[in-house]
Design a protein around this ligand. Sequence first.
Ligand code: FMN
Length: 241
Amino acid sequence: MSGIGDKFQQETKYEPSRIPRHKLLWDAKPALYKEYPEAQKIELPSFDPNQPMSLDRTLKQRKSVRDFQQQPISKEQLSYLLWASMGIQRVENGYEFRTVPSAGALYPIETYVVVNGVRKLEAGVYHYSIKAHQLEQLKQGEFRQEITAAALGQGMCQTSAVVFVWSAVFERCKWKYGQRAYRYIYLDAGHIAENLALAAVSLNLGSCEIGALYDNQVNAILGIDGSEESVVCMAVVGIPA
Ligand SMILES: Cc1cc2nc3c(=O)[nH]c(=O)nc-3n(C[C@H](O)[C@H](O)[C@H](O)COP(=O)(O)O)c2cc1C
């Protein structure tokens, strides 16, 4: 069976005779950071795990966790998970680099969190402001039911403490790579998801990545349009049962 995916794979191959050499339009370079100027900002506490876990132990313990205690995680833990999954880690020549690699350092992925249970943080939908290391509150209240329904009814979205939702602002990467950008966007998201999974283990938390979702139902929860920006994947995090 062949279809659009096979066509995409063939048509976006680099060949020695087919490397796009278009001039980059620097004036049209999309903004690197999405901002919600009207949203209420929530400071995230700085946080270092008390007993850092070795990488070897973290790798051996990582597994998908789908059953959680109905216990909240702390704001400090959420802060660390956000930073570890895609926060700014160094500045070189004025350019901010992150804990994850990204094709061309274009960083097309945005992070949102649906908060079910985090101490000292209202339930709701938030956008992660990477530059300020803050949360921007987009919606208040319980979204467990909606996010679970949008994940094909997967119950872990209901019982986890937080659902991380990663979207892509496609033009950030297409600006340089054209249609090949889609390969890089999905790879970028995978790096972020694995950083989150390992960071969660290091805090004795559990996580599970989610690719089975109704894209536009998730987009509606985030309030994004589904074409310029659309969900790529999600992950739940919580205290393992
Ligand atoms: C891209 C991707 C999408 C996934 N989607 C789901 C999902 O929707 N639901 C689920 O229960 N697990 C999902 N998983 C988790 C896999 O089922 C899991 O990683 C796999 O069974 C291996 O088990 P392990 O992670 O415990 O080693 C996904 C994993 C990846 C990498």
